[in-house]
Write a protein that binds this ligand. Sequence first.
Ligand SMILES: Cc1cc2nc3c(=O)[nH]c(=O)nc-3n(C[C@H](O)[C@H](O)[C@H](O)COP(=O)(O)O)c2cc1C
Length: 270
Amino acid sequence: MKRLTSLVFSPTGGTQKVTDILAEELMVELMNHEGLQIVETAYLNLCDRLIDFSMTELTEHDICLISVPSYGGRVPTTAVERLSQIKGNGAQAILVAVYGNRAFEDTLVELEDVANEAGFKPVAAVAAIAEHSVVRDFAAGRPNGFDRRQLTTFAKKIAARLALLKANPSENKLDLKLPGNRPYKEFKGAPTYGVPDDTCVNCGICAAQCPVGAIDEKDPSKVDESLCIACKRCTVVCPTNSRALKPEVLEASRKFLSQHIKEDKINELF
Ligand SMILES: Cc1cc2nc3c(=O)[nH]c(=O)nc-3n(C[C@H](O)[C@H](O)[C@H](O)COP(=O)(O)O)c2cc1C
């Protein structure tokens, strides 16, 4: 009997969608595997800056989905910091990197290192596509029905892998052979965030929901650029749709992505 714990950093919801599909399908698949049935699910929101992550301790009876978006081909620094505080204690981990159809580059190898360092045992990894959170017409609507079918197939294979590891615990030291390089590529992102227009009602939701507390609670037009991680959560949580990227920032990103995204990528299982 197992607990399935999702540890998710998903500022704009795409990583969450992929994780929810994998978790749902894994639960169904594991129902048929003796001793691996999920009796409990748990969720840890890595975007919540009020959580003391050092208080989170997993056990070897946990199966975890550790899910992050790819930022410039890397794991977002905030996710690295928060995951590093958690005690994995031998919990099996399925690593999930979600990206906006350009490339995930070193995200999975970095996530593997962070998970190992925190005491998790990575047993599988998934690279999946979701809507691009900077320019939303790239990979628009993904994960879609086709992605769901692919992720379902992955869940079946991961369940079979977990069953094999249960039967042969000596094989627990796996080499996942993930794509990516060490040292990782340098992250070259800039603090680009949604700027509020005159429809902003000062409700404070963007400030409260910012994963790093970069937005001033009294005056949401003030953003501490030294803290901002460019995640775009402020643009999606705003109930009046008042926050948007500056047009010139959006256009520059669109131009860059148009040059680098030529076809629809497919999800991958490792
Ligand atoms: C700062 C930043 C950097 C990003 N870098 C990449 C990238 O290198 N490759 C890519 O394909 N998508 C990139 N994306 C898109 C996200 O990885 C993708 O939209 C992901 O689904 C966002 O996750 P979320 O919806 O859970 O926030 C980036 C997005 C942001 C905000």
